[in-house]
Design a protein around this ligand. Structure first.
Ligand SMILES: [Zn+2]
Length: 415
C-alpha cells in the first residue's frame, strides 16, 4: 500500500496537453500554504473515445513533474477500471479506482452470503458512532438486505484488487473503490456494512466513492438539497472514521467525491465539514480542462475562435450520439441551446462568457456548457488542427486551465 496524503485533487485532461498548467495550480496552492496533492486520472471509457493509452497519461504526469521540478508525491489513477479493462493500466498507474457499481445487486453464493451475515452479528443493534447524532442502528433486515445487495460488489472488488496486487509485484499503489455510478445513494448504515465487507476482502482501502444524494452533472453545479447533502456527507465522515478503527482499515481512509468539478455550492459545505472532523478527502475533477482549452481558443479570437464555434456547430449536429453515453449525468434543455447561427455571430467575449462557469454572469449558459463538455470527441476528430491551435495559443489556454483549477476548485475546497 502506498499511503495517500490527506488532501488530494483528481485532475483529468482529455488530450493530455495541460499537465503542466494543472500542476502549476497545485504548485501555486503550495506557495499559499494549501497542502493538496495531484492525481492525474483517466478512465478506460475516455482513453477509448480519445484513442489514448494509459502509458500516455503516465508520460504526461512525469513530464509535468520534471518540467516544474515538483518534488512531492503525485499519482496516476486508473479511473473506473474492472477486471476486463485493468490490464493495460497495470504498468502506468499507482492509483486504481476499482469500479464495482455493475456488481451491485448481482446474486452472491448462498454460503458466502450466510458467512458475511454471520460476521456482522456482533455489529447488530445500536452502535455509538462518535460525532454522529443517534449513531447507527443495524437491524437484521438492514444487514440482510445490505449484504444481499453489496456482497457481490465487495467480492468483485477483492478479485480486482488481488489481480492488481499480483501484477504490481512489490510496487505500492493506492486502492479506491467506487460505487458512484449507480442509481441510489448509499445510506450511512449501508456504507458501514460495505466497509466491513471490503475489509473482510483484505483490501487496503484508502478512498471510497459512494453515490451521494442529488445530481452531480458533468461540469456544472450541484443540483439537490444542500441540507440533505450536508447531513449525508457528515454522517459518512463519521462512519469512515469509526469503521477505520473498528475494521482495521488504513488510517488514511477517506471519501472520494466523483464528478467533483464545478460543484461550487457544495465546496463551502465540504470545506466546513472536513475542518470540523479533521478529515481528508479526494475530489475528482475530470473533463472540464478541455472546456478551458475551448475558452482559451475563443479568447484568442480570429481563427481559434472560429474553430471553437465550428466545434459547437458539429456538437449540435451530433447531439444524440454525443450525449447518449452521458444521459444520466447531464441535464440539457435543448430549447436553451443557442443555434449554430447564433454562435457564429458571437464575439470572443460572447463565447467565453457563455461557456466559462461563472454562475453570477448573466451570459453563462449551462446547457451550452454541458453539450460542449461531452463534445470532446468532435475535437478529437479534428486531431492535428485542434492540437496546432492549442500549441499556438498555449499561453492563454494554460492560464485558463491553471486559474480554473486554483481559483474555482482548490482554494474553495482546501484553502
Ligand atoms: Zn466516478
Amino acid at each position: 500500500m502506498k499511503p495517500i496524503e490527506k488532501h488530494t485533487i483528481g485532475m483529468g485532461d482529455r488530450f493530455a496537453r495541460q499537465g503542466q498548467a494543472q500542476l502549476a495550480a497545485v504548485c501555486r496552492a503550495h506557495e499559499e500554504g494549501i497542502g493538496v496533492f495531484p492525481v492525474w486520472n483517466k478512465s478506460n471509457r475516455e482513453h477509448t473515445i480519445v484513442g489514448s493509452h494509459p502509458d500516455d497519461l503516465r508520460a504526461e504526469a512525469d513530464a509535468a513533474v520534471a518540467a516544474l521540478g515538483w518534488q512531492r508525491p503525485y499519482y496516476v489513477d486508473a479511473d473506473h477500471i474492472g477486471l476486463a479493462t485493468v490490464d493495460r493500466f497495470l504498468a502506468a498507474s499507482d492509483f486504481f479506482t476499482i469500479d464495482v457499481a455493475e456488481a451491485i445487486g448481482k446474486p452472491a453464493a448462498a454460503d458466502r452470503h450466510a458467512a458475511a451475515l454471520k460476521a456482522l452479528g456482533p455489529l447488530m443493534g445500536a452502535i455509538d458512532v462518535p460525532g454522529l447524532p443517534g449513531g447507527l442502528r443495524i437491524d437484521f433486515a438492514t444487514a440482510e438486505q445490505t449484504v444481499a445487495k453489496f456482497l457481490p460488489a465487495a467480492e468483485e472488488a477483492g478479485r480486482i484488487f488481488r489481480h492488481i496486487a499480483a501484477h504490481r509485484h512489490d510496487e505500492e499503489f493506492v486502492t479506491e473503490v467506487s460505487m458512484d455510478e449507480t442509481d441510489a445513494a448509499q445510506t450511512p448504515e449501508q456504507l458501514f456494512v460495505i466497509l466491513k465487507l471490503l475489509a473482510d476482502e483484505g483490501i487496503p482501502l484508502q478512498t471510497i466513492a459512494p453515490k451521494f444524494t442529488g445530481r452531480f452533472n458533468k461540469g456544472v453545479d450541484y443540483v439537490g438539497d444542500l441540507a440533505a447533502f450536508q447531513r449525508e456527507f457528515e454522517a459518512d465522515l463519521c462512519v469512515l472514521a469509526f469503521a477505520r478503527d473498528r475494521f482495521g482499515l488504513p488510517a488514511t481512509l477517506k471519501l472520494s467525491v466523483h464528478s467533483g468539478s464545478d460543484k461550487f455550492s457544495l465546496y463551502p459545505v465540504i470545506k466546513k465539514l472536513l475542518r470540523r472532523h479533521d478529515a481528508g478527502v479526494h475530489v475528482k475533477t475530470a473533463g472540464t480542462t478541455w472546456l478551458e482549452e475551448l475558452i482559451g481558443l475563443a479568447e484568442s479570437d480570429g481563427e481559434p475562435l472560429a474553430l471553437a464555434k465550428e466545434i459547437y456547430a458539429q456538437a449540435l449536429d451530433h447531439y444524440a450520439e454525443l450525449t447518449a453515453p452521458y444521459a444520466t449525468v447531464i441535464d440539457i434543455d435543448m430549447r436553451r441551446l443557442p443555434t449554430a447561427a447564433d454562435v457564429a455571430g458571437w464575439s470572443a467575449d460572447g463565447y467565453v462568457s457563455a461557456l466559462r462557469h461563472v454562475p453570477s454572469c448573466p451570459a453563462y449558459n449551462p446547457h451550452f456548457r454541458q453539450l460542449l463538455h461531452v463534445a470532446f470527441k468532435v475535437a478529437a476528430k479534428k486531431g492535428a488542427q485542434y492540437f496546432k491551435a492549442l500549441e499556438e495559443h498555449a499561453a492563454v489556454v494554460s492560464r485558463n486551465v491553471t486559474d480554473n483549477l486554483l481559483d474555482r476548485h482548490i482554494r474553495p475546497i482546501f484553502g
